[in-house]
Design a protein around this ligand. Structure first.
Ligand code: FMN
Ligand code: ATP
Length: 148
């Protein structure tokens, strides 16, 4: 059985996430998703949704066979336990593939690193853009809610 690992924050789920996970699943037979811990999301604003809730939603998505919360401190700890055949990086994930391959080699993990170049193009195919949209609509929505 070929095990594939996919990773991400998955704050507010959108079709871009679904596309990434579908493409990742095609690389093997069993898809395990590592959901980023809140304290490790430092490269962008903190997620809106708590980590346990993000995990629960990701776990329910069709391409996903298993989902776990990542390690709090060492991103290689879950990988050492899972021993995946493939690690699928999303089109915009900030990890350098050569660095990642080197770190895996150093730890004796023989996973192939594959960059999924496919990008789902839609207006709200980004958690950050969904948050921006909500904030833009918020003043009008609040007025409406107070009227009803
Ligand atoms: C191979 C690999 C393993 C990872 N393991 C963890 C982990 O154990 N804990 C964690 O908080 N984040 C982990 N991450 C990072 C996140 O899941 C996520 O990919 C990263 O924060 C980039 O987030 P974004 O794609 O949502 O912007 C891992 C990433 C990779 C590529
Ligand atoms: N539109 C998209 N098309 C394909 N893959 C995507 C798309 N959006 C996100 N992904 C992939 O989904 C995984 C998780 O992404 P992440 O949780 O950072 O979502 P995001 O919507 O890009 O977040 P944000 O907009 O807040 O940066 C990453 O591997 C990322 O490359």
């Amino acid at each position: 059985m070929k095990k594939v690992v996919a990773t991400g924050t998955f704050d507010i789920i959108h079709p871009g996430h679904i596309r990434y996970l579908e493409e990742a699943k095609k690389l093997g037979d069993y898809l395990i998703v590592i959901v980023a811990r809140e304290r490790n999301v430092r490269h962008k604003p903190k997620p809106v949704i708590p980590e346990e809730q993000r995990l629960r939603v990701v776990r329910a998505l069709k391409p996903v066979d298993e989902a776990i919360l990542g390690d709090d401190e060492d991103m290689f700890r879950p990988i050492e336990r899972i021993r995946p055949d493939v690690i699928a990086l999303g089109h915009d994930q900030h990890f350098d593939e050569e660095w990642l391959r080197g770190e895996l080699r150093r730890r004796g993990i023989e996973a192939e690193v594959v960059r999924i170049e496919t990008k789902e193009e839609c207006e709200l195919c980004s958690s950050a853009r969904i948050v921006e949209r909500i904030l833009t609509l918020a003043p009008e929505r609040l007025k409406q809610m107070r009227r009803t």
